[in-house]
Write a protein that binds this ligand. Structure first.
Ligand SMILES: C[S@@+](CC[C@H](N)C(=O)[O-])C[C@H]1O[C@@H](n2cnc3c(N)ncnc32)[C@H](O)[C@@H]1O
Length: 246
């Protein structure tokens, strides 16, 4: 089940306004070009910004996400009618045959157990053409990003059209081995309601990711930096074992 921050209609509606600078997605558009992808599956597409960007460039885009409220936001975007939206999970995709699958904004960290990650990666592999590629990012655990996940360093106050002022901040709840739990709070000035959303993410290191890729039938092609977040992210590029690119 998706976290409230993606699944609650009230929170999904403000997701883009609270994170309007999506330079991170430009790198994925560039990768689609670099790999000559004509069809792209955006796994964990959320409010669909990347899928709509890709479709506007003539790419056959499919966005999948378990959070219906986020998909409802995606469907309101200009050009969204060119995207195929699927409510579902990476592990249970319908029959697809795409050139490239991506997971942006650290979606790969939502898979908490290796079993869940491996089943999800296998689902994605089945949705790829034999010569297809998977690209996804994770936060580099060595950077310990969670050290900055406190009210002081995350507080924002944003006035959103039709919504009013929303104050938002993150509190770290726990760090247990490589599982990090945190809470986003959103205070709506119009009615004084504070809507919270708790999440847990897994901070796998490079070796742990490679084990899951291997167990899912992928071969690592490259690990790069995220151009917009140098030194903070690991961007994995994988091909299908035995496929054209392996
Ligand atoms: C941090 S958001 C990223 C959304 C979007 N990719 C972006 O760049 O804004 C993580 C997304 O992963 C989705 N998600 C959670 N579990 C999932 C699963 N099992 N399969 C696919 N997506 C999942 C959530 O619903 C959420 O929309």
């Amino acid at each position: 089940m998706a976290d409230e921050i993606f699944a609650s209609p009230r929170l999904a509606a403000i997701y883009d306004a609270l994170d309007p600078h999506r330079d991170d997605l430009d790198a994925y558009v560039d990768l689609a070009g670099e790999f000559g992808a004509r069809s792209v599956l955006d796994v964990g597409c959320g409010t669909g910004t990347l899928a709509v960007m890709l479709a506007a460039r003539g790419i056959d885009a499919v966005g999948v996400d378990p959070a219906g409220a986020s998909l409802d936001v995606a469907r309101t975007k200009p050009g969204s009618e060119r995207v195929r939206w699927i409510q579902g999970t990476a592990a249970a995709l319908p029959e697809l045959s795409v050139d490239l699958a991506v997971m942006t904004a650290n979606v790969a960290q939502v898979f908490l157990t290796d079993e869940d990650f491996t089943l999800s990666l296998r689902g994605i592999r089945a949705a790829l053409r034999p010569c297809g590629r998977l690209v996804f990012e994770i936060r580099d655990p060595e950077r310990q990003a969670w050290l900055g996940w406190n009210r002081e360093q995350t507080f924002t106050s944003t006035v959103i059209d039709g919504v009013g002022r929303v104050d938002a901040w993150c509190d770290l709840l726990s760090v247990e081995a490589d599982l990090v739990s945190f809470r986003w709070s959103h205070a709506f000035a119009t009615d004084g309601q504070v809507v919270t959303s708790d999440s847990t993410l897994r901070f796998r290191d490079r070796a742990a990711v490679m084990e899951c890729l291997d167990a899912s039938g992928f071969v690592l092609e490259d690990v790069r930096e995220a151009p917009d977040r140098p030194g903070r992210e690991l961007v994995f590029i994988a091909t299908i074992r035995g496929g054209h690119g392996a």
